[in-house]
Design a protein around this ligand. Structure first.
Ligand code: ZN
Ligand code: FE
Ligand code: FE
Ligand code: FE
Length: 230
């Protein structure tokens, strides 16, 4: 009985020693870990401070005039790309009024490109185009819509669908740019921008009118015929 007790005591002592060893090891690990954490934390703080400094510098070196210039280069790129993409739409369009509206708007687009060049000249800068991912995306979508719907009963509706996305993009950008020009006191630039903005709005309204008056109904008739035949 006594031996058993002794053995049990020994076991428990060993267990205690083992426990204390492992807790020492754990403490060591924890200390090492917290040193690492502290080092990491100070690195993070340093990085944050550096990036705050960088963004502060950015905010000090760029103002509304820079944003205006960026928007100008962006729309210069967009208009040129729109001008290039319109013939494909015109060729695929079926309704004569849609063909006419798009052809007329392409001519306006050529004048808009010149209008933007005039603004660059007013700023004393050479006209430059800056890649616009937004218009690239909208035009890419237009192309695949044309592949899917071109020549179908919904073809003209799809063309209007795409072109109105372009017009609305232009309207948001020229609206902002006109307000920027206003704030910057660029009165002559603002006149050019308002002229372009009016053309974009008129083009958008014309497309809505065509869609709502004839083109959508003609396309919907096809769906009705199809369901009758089914
Ligand atoms: Zn941009
Ligand atoms: Fe335009
Ligand atoms: Fe853009
Ligand atoms: Fe337009």
């Amino acid at each position: 009985m006594a031996n058993e007790k002794k053995a049990a005591d020994e076991t428990s002592t060993k267990a205690k020693e083992k426990a204390s060893k492992s807790s020492k090891a754990a403490r060591g690990k924890a200390e090492k870990a917290s040193a690492e954490t502290r080092a990491k934390r100070s690195q993070t703080i340093a990085a944050k401070a550096a990036s705050a400094k960088a963004s502060k510098q950015a905010s000090e070196s760029k103002g509304l005039a820079d944003l205006f210039e960026h928007a100008l280069a962006d729309m210069y790129y967009a208009e040129k790309k729109i001008y290039k993409s319109l013939p494909k739409m015109i060729k695929a369009a079926n309704h004569p009024e849609l063909v006419e509206a798009l052809t007329q708007h392409r001519e306006e687009t050529a004048a808009q490109i010149e209008g933007l060049e005039a603004i660059f000249a007013l700023l004393g800068k050479r006209a430059k185009a800056e890649k616009c991912d937004a218009i690239d995306g909208i035009l890419e979508e237009s192309e695949s819509l044309l592949e899917d719907f071109g020549g179908t009963a919904a073809g003209d509706a799809a063309i209007i669908f795409s072109c109105q996305a372009v017009e609305h993009y232009e309207i948001t950008r020229y609206g902002s740019m006109s307000a920027f020009a206003d704030a910057l006191g660029l009165d002559e630039a603002k006149v050019h921008l308002e002229t372009i903005l009016d053309q974009e709005s008129a083009a958008d309204s014309k497309l809505s009118e065509l869609a709502e008056d004839t083109i959508n109904d003609a396309a919907a008739e096809y769906d009705e015929d199809e369901s009758e035949h089914a």
